[in-house]
Design a binder for this molecule. Structure first.
Ligand code: BES
Ligand code: MN
Ligand code: ZN
Length: 507
């Protein structure tokens, strides 16, 4: 979809479709919608008077201007209450409007920069970002491997009307930001949706390398021999079930690598299990469905790095993704095996299905070599977290209040929410082992707390946060910017915005 910004009244557009907005507690519908009402001899007011349209969030109506203006149709979208107007409500309304426009086969759509009445709740930049982010995220579809190649209806062009010439540069900058963010979400969704026989560790590494080359990030992919030399026994223990078939990859992406000496360093770590059978602690047939998405955290980190590169954030950011399968074979690791991680800690395996924490362990150890001011990991780690929080938020654990607050702020703005959970000492107790330094599962109780306590054993820097996104990776509820089926793209925007907030804080 080609996106252009014009300084021109929307009613002068030559697009086939206008998407415009109306607030619920309507006291005059403002600029563009007003102009459309006047030009169409009161068609908008007629809808309102008839009680057919109130401006309630998510509501849609279509007006046919019959030549009164030079467009086939006007899609009206409810924005909800004006006091509640924000980048979030705008993003959602744009997504809803664009989806409807596509459904009625619009090809060239004109919309406008909504700023929120005279008090301008949003700057031109914020509004343009929300419009572009909402449009791209809302129009996402995954075609998969369907052999039917008939072209789908797609919107080719989006024209955004800006009121003042003075706002043009800001609007363009905001549109670029929106594009960077939305494309990050789209990249994650594509990686997560790709089936596990295609999206293998090697494939994930190749996609990361392609992206890195396109965006000017430094990239390095470690293979098995290198991981062995680094003594990554926990990661390799999980990977060994794949034998020589789908061998592991350790993906390293670096933004501002040349300024590593002068800029503060943040390391992002993402779980990249391309398929989780559970290993010998095998999942049920039903429990295995969805486990192609077990690389969702890794996908989020790779895509966040793409956004961070686009935005040229003034920090040294490293993205680390351990990519493995968790398979069953004569090579696979067993319950009661003892593995030695790269920091020398020995781990008694209780469940081969608690594999995520094992691959993260060696990655968290590896992160220390960058002397980071903070490390944030993200993983589809525990079913217990889904039981606790459902799809409303990911679980957040943090050793520091400031990092927790920045992640919460980023989560609220991006609608990729996190909710903080405690790191109580009881959880450390639960993973004490009789035969090794620790064990990889604390039993059925407080499964989310003990998983975080396990990770903390491999953290050797003052600031660390862990995001358990097991509930967030697929099938969103009730949000037009996120598909209700398949990958949500969760995490990329959250991490990128967190990095931006950190950069603002430290400048
Ligand atoms: N990938 C799963 C967690 C998961 C479950 C993600 C459901 C998304 C939806 C993880 O590797 C796992 O199997 N965790 C176990 C840990 C247990 C064995 C300690 C779990 O949560 O049951
Ligand atoms: Mn598992
Ligand atoms: Zn897993």
């Amino acid at each position: 979809m080609d996106i252009q910004i014009h300084v021109k009244p929307i009613i002068e557009t030559d697009c086939d479709t206008i998407v415009t907005f109306l607030v619920e507690d309507n006291a005059g519908y403002g600029g563009a919608t007003d102009a459309i009402d006047k030009a169409t001899n009161g068609a908008v007011q007629e809808l309102i008077d008839a009680g057919d349209f109130t401006g309630k969030s998510g509501q849609i109506a279509v007006i046919y201007p019959r030549g009164a203006i030079n467009t086939k149709r006007v899609v009206l979208v409810g924005l909800g209450k004006s006091q509640e107007f924000s980048a979030i409500t705008l993003r959602r309304a744009v997504a809803t409007g664009m989806q409807h426009a596509r459904k009625i086969k619009a090809k060239r759509v004109a919309t406008l920069l909504v700023r929120g009445g005279n008090d301008h709740a949003l700057t031109a930049m914020q509004s343009a970002q929300a419009v572009v982010e909402g449009a791209i995220m809302g129009l996402y579809t995954y075609r998969g491997q369907k052999s039917d190649s008939t072209a789908q209806d797609e919107i080719d062009e989006l024209h955004i009307s800006v009121f003042n010439q003075a706002d043009l540069a800001d609007a363009q900058a905001g549109a670029n930001r929106g594009k960077a963010y939305a494309e990050g979400a789209v990249m994650t969704r594509n990686l997560v949706n790709t089936p596990p026989n295609i999206c293998t560790p090697a494939y994930l590494a190749e996609r990361a390398s392609d992206m890195a080359k396109a965006k000017g990030l430094r990239v390095e992919i470690l293979e098995e021999g290198h991981m062995r030399a680094l003594k990554m026994g926990a990661l390799l223990g999980v990977a060994q079930g794949s034998g020589t078939t789908h061998t592991p990859r350790f993906i390293i992406l670096e933004h501002n690598a040349d300024k590593a000496g002068t800029l503060p360093t943040i390391v992002l770590v993402g779980k990249g299990v391309t398929f989780d059978t559970g290993g010998y602690s095998i999942k049920t047939a039903e429990g295995m469905i969805g486990m192609k998405a077990d690389m969702g955290g890794g996908g989020a980190v790779i895509s966040a790095m793409s956004i961070i590169a686009d935005l040229q954030v003034p920090l040294h950011v490293v993205g680390l993704v351990p990519a493995v399968e968790n398979m069953i074979s004569d090579k696979a690791y067993r319950p009661q095996d003892v593995l030695t991680a790269s920091n020398g800690k020995t781990i008694e395996i209780i469940s081969t299905d608690a594999e995520g924490r094992l691959i993260l362990a060696d990655t968290l150890v590896y992160a220390k070599r960058y002397h980071p001011v903070a490390v944030v990991d993200i993983a589809t780690l525990t079913g217990a977290c889904v039981v606790a929080l459902g799809k409303a938020a990911a679980g957040l654990f943090a050793t520091d209040d400031d990092v927790a607050n920045l992640l919460s702020q980023a989560g609220d703005f991006t609608e990729e929410r996190v909710w903080r959970l405690p790191l109580y000492p009881e959880y450390d107790k639960a993973i004490e082992s009789d035969t090794a330094d620790i064990k990889n599962s604390g039993g059925p109780r407080s499964g989310v707390g003990t998983s975080a306590a396990f990770l903390k054993q491999f953290v050797d820097y003052p600031i660390w946060a862990h995001v358990d996104m097991a509930g967030m990776m697929v099938d969103a509820e009730n949000n037009p910017t996120i598909p209700t089926k398949g990958a949500t793209g969760y995490g990329a925007r959250l991490l990128a915005y967190f990095i931006e907030l950190w950069a603002q804080k430290s400048s």
